[in-house]
Design a protein around this ligand. Sequence first.
Ligand code: NAP
Length: 246
Amino acid sequence: MLQERTAVITGASRGIGKAIALNMAQNGANIAIVYANNVEAAETVRQQAETLGVMAKTYPCNVADYRESECVCEQIIKDFGPVSILVNNAGIVRDNLVLRMREADFDAVIDVNLKGAFNFIKHLSRSLMKSPAGRIINITSVSGLMGSPGQINYASAKAGLIGLTKSVARELAPKNVTCNAIAPGFIDTDMTSSLPRLAGGYVEFAVPLRRVGSVDEVAHVATFLASKMSSYITGEVIRVDGGLGM
Ligand code: NAP
């Protein structure tokens, strides 16, 4: 489905990003694995992708840093040639109630989750426009649609990402680049493993499908959006949340 295409996935060393990278590799895409610090995890993803018969390389990069992102995007294009799929998945949480939230925690979450996506779109757009079917997929969250107590930084970043998605979709549509967002609910990853909210029957109460989701359930949607099957979809936000955000 994605043969002879190159996908850049940020935050691909773990969790949802890793699942997306491997799902796209399974479908034939070469993959650039962008991560923050976790060399070992990123190398494992690279090896797993290579055993699927595609080209894979790892790139340490703080996506929040404009210049670092620029250098890494240039290197990716040198290594792979033109990029046709970008998945902005890298994300962090620094939860606290508004009265207790530190300025640094507000800024860090906006910088990684929102500015990080801007940085990669900015530096890869020219390359994406050369593709006959450029695809940008931003991983937002139901928190950005519904709001979430203790997460004003995260919900603001994720809501901002939806505005960014729709604006980029409008700007790049004439160049045949689509831009869509996926809004996961509670997905089983390192990010959610420590959430006290998920204990004590909360999931069964709040999620109509009565369970957390798996990373593969998000990855399938990302691969669909990256494929030619989604050619008439742009500016859309697809919830993958078991009905949480209805
Ligand atoms: P995760 O397991 O915590 O993994 C986060 C990934 O992002 C790791 O690969 C990490 O790299 C990378 N990363 C973190 N900061 C970065 C930075 N500054 N620059 C580059 N890479 C960075 O997270 P996840 O649960 O898979 O979440 C992935 C995305 O889905 C996030 O955008 C998150 O907001 C969104 N989401 C998740 C859920 C959920 O329930 N899990 C729900 C809704 C939305 P290292 O391994 O090097 O640290």
